[in-house]
Design a protein around this ligand. Sequence first.
Ligand code: ADP
Ligand code: MG
Length: 401
Amino acid sequence: MAKETIRDLTDAQLRGRRALVRVDFNVPMDDHGAVTDDTRMRAALPTLDALLARGTRVAVLLSHLGRPKGKPDARFSLAPVARHLATITARAVRFMPCTVGAAAVQATTAAAAGTILLMENTRFLPGEETNDDALAREMAKLGDLYVNDAFGSAHRAHASTEGVAHHLHPAVAGLLMEKELRFLGDALAQPQRPFVAILGGAKISGKIDVIDALLPKVDRLLVGGAMACTFFRAMGLETGTSLVEPDRVDMAKALLARAGAKLALPEDAVVAPSLDATSAAHPVARDGITAGDAMFDIGPRSRDLFDHEIAGAKTVVWNGPMGVFEKPPFDRGTRAVAEAMARATSAGATTIVGGGDSAAAVDAMHLADRMTHVSTGGGASLEFLEGKVLPGVAALDDRST
Ligand code: ADP
Ligand code: MG
């Protein structure tokens, strides 16, 4: 069911109102409280601008930061985030050192028109993560309408992401949320074919549901990363000291049998005795991994194979690096996939990257703007790919058409 978005609201529903906006300002900071990556903050600006430009009186922002465990902890205060926000928007930014309560409500009504008011960390309150209904009602008093633009938190049913939407209407998606749902949703619901998915990363255990959900939908599933090693073990190959999940080998066997030709594993690997022995890194065929070596990346033949598959695709969804991309030369497989996807985008394919580390890799390679969409939600995008209902989305108002 499609959800209402801020674009469905009339000016009359916005003018003079207080919009309570759940954003995802869970950003990394250095020891001095300086924001080191503000991608998520910038991604929320279009929603705030759209609301305020259409006459919303004040945008009241709720966000979590880190894991303060339900009590105030100065290390996780959003105050430095508010200061950073003021440097990336021309609008007036104010910070409230509390989240809910009489003083907080008072601040939302007293703030000058056009103000962005950031409340203190929602996770300072014990009821946030337990989705306490009384807290959700308190949060609802902070606005006249609710906007959820925190896609990265939508897989969590918390008071500020789910509970509050039951007590404040309209409850609609922001522009970032809408974009995420559109790109991820359309890719899965009605993909242009061939549809190729690429999965990698460290562990097969966290992604088994994604493989299950994607297999019936895709034309081809390419597997890289350490995940491939568990499949290799299932095929009876020597995997040396590679990261293998022994308790998932049987599962991998069953998947191999079920997937048939749809599943493509790397044909070769870049191996080394250890991660630090980079000068000893060399490619071997997948049946040539020796007992003393570990696979840290897909090999050159696999790069070519994956490149070829991506070049022929009309829809590409990628989650999980092909190797230990943080440590050259083991970044080459990941780079090859990112570059192949960038070329595919230019050739007219829809290309989508989901997953925190994959998004970081694409960013580091300066290829983010050459993808159709890079999801801002790590865990949320994975759960979406698994076909799960995201509680923060489900709680929003359904579109009536
Ligand atoms: P994402 O965040 O994109 O979903 P994951 O968190 O599943 O991705 O996996 C990313 C991690 O997987 C990276 O830190 C990378 O170093 C690691 N990784 C990838 N390939 C290997 C490998 N062959 N051996 C060990 N670690 C690997
Ligand atoms: Mg990760």
